[in-house]
Write a protein that binds this ligand. Structure first.
Ligand code: ZN
Length: 448
């Protein structure tokens, strides 16, 4: 099976753009008629929904954020202002994980489930999964949309899903069912590999042929190391409750955006204008509904607070025409020192230098502090050692610094003059702060 939905996935650019504009018009009309929030929003901003006809027209509309959604649900308002359908048509309700405060509520109709599932199905097929494959889903079930709709995606591909919902499970799941793929996060899959090795099962010699990672951005170095440990390809996905679900194909040249189902625009930092392709900016998404379709919650011009780049809108070597974006990074994990931005991923790149992995598990956390002197900044990087006594600390530090400063000359300068200091902490196994905190670990925290 080459494509899940060949007609749509390989549609010529002109036809695809026409389909997108048709869906923008319908979705805006649907929002104006069915969403209590958007009804008010169009009126307050004196926008006639009929005037929103093209992708460029979206730029004239205000941008909403996670805060907008939280402000439009109880206890702030009596009811959920983003819910577009009667309770009788809400099939499931979901909450975002709430890493940045109060969870946001999302209501899905059965049609929404089918569209979310189709996005995952296209992604699975583009990664080479097909009938007979058996895939362990380590992503959590619960209130998340991802694991649930990913499971539905298997239905029309002939995939078998093993719905474990976590990455710690008995090794018999691997030895008995001989799964061919696992969906999980980079760190959980590295942890699982260590667990298997402790039980004398070599991940490279297991039945696993592909790993699918997602849920957070990562450094290419950590992906390469994960691929080495498991001896297989590692595919990236970018999914969210808000409805992204972009997936990397076998060409490994970016994540395909299912452009007929979700519209992504990349904006400048002020969120005023689109940036050009190949320029980095904020990812702003709008739901796209097929004409006649129904949705429980839809978003127009929603600021994801992630940054990315449109890599290309040309046809991919895999045959798909839908645009590709680079691995998005969280804006909230980007910090500025000496007019230079750096992201958690830059710290991760330093940790995962190949030679370091002889001594480290890959688990890390970093904290920014103000120093004793005015204008001084300290980055404290804690790495988990496989064995603290055997760790070549000097080599790890040097490898880290070389990688970290490679594309950041100004940062390197302030490091050299002493106003930016990097302190390393070599932690014993399970001795990082993140092990003592529940939920998704924060690996780069500003404590200034
Ligand atoms: Zn492709």
């Amino acid at each position: 099976m080459g494509f899940f939905n060949e007609k749509i996935e390989t549609m010529k650019r002109g036809d695809l753009d026409a389909l997108i504009e048709e869906r923008i018009r319908y979705t805006v009309k649907y929002a104006a008629e069915n969403s209590p929030f958007y009804k008010k929003w169009f009126k307050e901003h004196r926008i006639n929904p009929h005037d929103v006809r093209t992708h460029e027209d979206l730029r004239e509309l205000p941008i909403i954020s996670g805060k907008t959604i939280r402000d439009q649900q109880p206890p702030e308002t009596a009811d959920f202002q983003f819910r577009c359908v009667d309770w009788r048509e809400v099939f499931t309700l979901h909450e975002t994980s709430g890493t940045s405060g109060t969870p946001k509520a999302f209501f899905l109709t059965w049609q929404d489930w089918e569209r979310y599932a189709e996005k995952y199905a296209r992604s699975f097929v583009s990664q080479g999964f097909g009938p007979g494959d058996r895939v362990i889903v380590c992503a959590s079930y619960g209130m998340n949309i991802g694991a649930n709709t990913m499971t539905l995606a298997a239905r029309d591909i002939g995939l078998t899903i093993i719905p474990l919902g976590k990455c710690t499970f008995p090794s018999r799941v691997i030895t008995n069912y001989k799964p061919t793929g696992i969906v999980g996060s980079v760190f959980k899959l590295l942890g699982l590999a260590r667990q298997l090795k402790n039980e004398n099962i070599l991940p490279q010699e297991s039945s696993i042929k592909r790993l699918v990672v997602g849920g957070e951005s990562f450094a290419e170095e950590s992906r390469a190391y994960l691929a080495e440990v498991w001896g297989c390809q590692v595919y990236n996905t970018y999914g969210s409750t808000e409805g992204t679900m972009c997936g990397e194909c076998t060409d490994f040249s970016g994540l395909h955006v299912p452009e007929d189902l979700v519209h992504l625009d990349i904006y400048d930092p002020a969120l005023k204008n689109f940036v050009s392709d190949r320029e980095c900016g904020r990812v702003v998404l709008s739901t796209l509904l097929p004409v006649g379709g129904k949705s429980g919650t839809l978003l127009l011009n929603y600021d994801t607070e992630d940054t990315s780049i449109v890599a290309t809108r040309e046809r991919c070597a895999c045959g798909r025409t839908h645009m590709k974006i680079t691995n998005p990074q969280r804006e909230s994990e980007t910090f500025w020192i000496a007019q230079t931005p750096f992201n958690r991923v830059d710290v991760e790149r330093g940790v995962f230098q190949r030679d370091n992995m002889e001594y480290l598990t890959g688990e890390y956390e970093a904290f920014l502090y103000g120093g004793d002197d005015e204008g001084e900044t300290i980055l404290r990087v804690s790495v988990e050692c496989l064995g603290r006594d055997k760790c070549d600390r000097k080599a790890v530090e040097e490898n880290f610094l070389r990688a970290f400063f490679k594309y950041k000359p100004l940062l390197d300068q302030v490091h050299a003059d002493g106003t930016f200091r990097i302190i390393f902490n070599f932690a014993a196994l399970r001795d990082l702060e993140l092990y003592r905190i529940k939920g998704r670990p924060k690996r780069l925290v500003d404590r200034r």
